[in-house]
Design a protein around this ligand. Structure first.
Ligand code: ATP
Ligand code: RIB
Length: 292
């Protein structure tokens, strides 16, 4: 069983479905409202645990009802919460999601996720030292991403940085990460107008661009490769990226070659979008193996 540490956000998703998105100043009647566990860090932790990894979540929740729901969900999914702390006088993170016209739009209010500071992560260093791979995203302070990247470089730990939501990164962080997994929009924020193929060739076997239903692009050291996505009819694509990242990380930690790990992760992500909610369709190990 591989060990995974996730440094990241844990939130509750507040999901409205509607036939279209409102324009500025417009009010629409929606179709439904649901709450579900989410947050990129928590999603990746749950996805990895369902694939039978031993997972430590390193994060913060508020001392509110949502915080309790997030903790219960971690426990239900077998994610260790020994490094998840309730922060007093602070609400849990929330993601305000509109599902309309076959896609989602999201506003994240970070709440307690802003307390995942370098000082906070320091008390979980034992977990980082013991992990086969560490996952991090960007719904937590940028200083924490820099701290964890520096830690991973210093102690030679594998780091998968999922640069979502999009935010500029220092050269140093890019250099220290083992894998960086932007979607196309995040790639544009990170590398601006630079030629995509040139950037990919500069970071072989490290920069992995997810392109939704168009597959995954990376440079294998010799040539640029696109690994196709699986053809499925999506119900809700929220969390596809998180499932991809977790499944890829688990596969790499288990010793798979990068192209094979991408194929496995594409399959896991394609299963995840067949059900509602970020975590609703994340496959278990058995479900993933059966479908492969
Ligand atoms: P998220 O919606 O979680 O923010 P993302 O934008 O980070 O996702 P995407 O590139 O949209 O990331 O999707 C990640 C992976 O999920 C893709 O590489 C692919 O394997 C799978 N995927 C996403 N959308 C589809 C789809 N419509 N059909 C098949 N696979 C998909
Ligand atoms: O990646 C999907 C997640 O992003 C959602 O669960 C939501 O919490 C947003 O932060």
């Amino acid at each position: 069983m591989v060990k995974v540490a996730v440094v990241g956000s844990a939130s509750i998703d507040l999901i409205v479905t509607a036939s279209k998105r409102p324009l500025a100043g417009e009010t629409l009647i929606g179709e439904s409202f649901h709450t579900a566990p989410g947050g990129k860090g928590a999603n990746q932790a749950v996805a990895a645990a369902r694939l039978d990894a031993e997972v430590d979540m390193i994060g913060c929740v508020g001392d509110d009802a949502f915080g309790k729901e997030i903790m219960d969900n971690f426990k239900k999914n077998g994610v260790s919460v020994r490094y998840v702390e309730p922060v007093t006088h602070c609400p849990s993170g929330t993601a305000h999601i509109t599902l309309a016209e076959g896609d989602n739009s999201i506003i994240v209010v970070k709440g307690a996720n802003d307390y995942v500071t370098p000082e906070y992560v320091k008390q979980a260093e034992e977990s980082l030292h013991g992990a086969d791979i560490i996952l991090i995203q960007q719904e937590i302070p940028i200083e924490t991403v820099e701290y964890v990247a520096t830690f991973c470089d210093r102690f030679q730990r594998k780091l998968l940085l999922n640069p979502a939501p999009a935010r500029k990164l220092s050269e140093k962080v890019i250099e220290y990460a083992t894998f960086i997994t932007p979607n196309e929009h995040e790639f544009a924020v990170l590398f601006g107008n630079e030629n995509r193929s040139k950037v990919l060739a500069k970071y072989p076997n490290k920069l992995i661009i997810t392109e939704g239903s168009n597959g995954v692009r990376f440079h294998n050291g010799k040539t640029e490769e696109v690994i196709p996505a699986y053809q499925v009819e999506p119900v809700d694509t929220t969390g596809a990226g998180d499932t991809f990242n977790a499944a890829f990380a688990v596969a790499v930690a288990e010793g798979k070659e990068i192209a094979d790990a991408i194929k496995i992760a594409n399959r896991a992500a394609s299963l995840s979008i067949k059900k509602f909610g970020a975590q609703g369709g994340m496959p278990t190990r058995k479900e993933l193996e059966r479908s492969l």
